[in-house]
Write a protein that binds this ligand. Structure first.
Ligand code: HEM
Length: 158
């Protein structure tokens, strides 16, 4: 129960407009601001469908980012093949799949892009649509959103 309320808080923190999946109280991210700790096990990796599931989710996510009016402009000059590989590595590493993330830190990768809160919300909405397309269970979706919450300030450069 405590675990569920933590996820709900992180989810609400990530999605400034309120968490559409599981509304919750205002969070205190305090300790959660550091990079995501290595997971104790591979449960989330397996819930995502392993490498194949993460690849399919990432494909849906990239498609949604490209289709969205707000987000697509940010990626106009991005090497999408590299970006696609890096988001898979990141999700695999943080879900317990044993991968190594080889990209930039979130602060460095997003510095100078002028990302604002509404842009962050648009990315989170794209991710949520992608997870719906992959028919991931709500608990798995919340766990993925919880992984992203501690990165929010770095991405926004706060
Ligand atoms: C918690 C949320 C986010 C996560 C976990 C995330 C994750 C990533 C990762 C792993 C990369 C690759 C890093 C690298 O190039 O070495 C990346 C790059 C990028 N992200 Fe994000 N991102 C997030 C939010 C956003 C938002 C809100 C935007 C803008 C709407 C955005 C736009 C970009 C762009 C344009 C790049 C490519 C930069 C380039 O071409 O070098 N990201 N992101």
């Amino acid at each position: 129960m405590k675990c569920l309320s933590t996820i709900v808080s992180l989810c609400a923190a990530l999605f400034a407009g309120g968490c559409a999946i599981a509304p919750g109280p205002s969070p205190d991210l305090g300790a959660a601001r550091a990079a995501a700790p290595a997971p104790a096990d591979d449960r989330l990796f397996r819930a995502l469908g392993g490498h194949a599931g993460i690849e399919a989710l990432s494909e849906s996510f990239v498609r949604e980012l490209a289709a969205d009016e707000i987000t697509r402009a940010f990626f106009a000059r991005t090497d999408i093949t590299r970006f696609h590989r890096l988001i898979q590595e990141q999700l695999c590493a943080e879900s317990g799949g044993g991968c190594t993330y080889t990209g930039e830190s979130m602060r460095v990768a997003h510095a100078g892009l002028g990302i604002e809160r509404r842009d962050m919300n648009a990315v989170v909405e794209a991710l949520m649509r992608a997870m719906d397309e992959q028919e991931l269970p709500i608990a798995t979706q919340n766990a993925v959103l919880a992984l992203h919450a501690p990165k929010r300030r770095d991405v926004l450069g706060e």
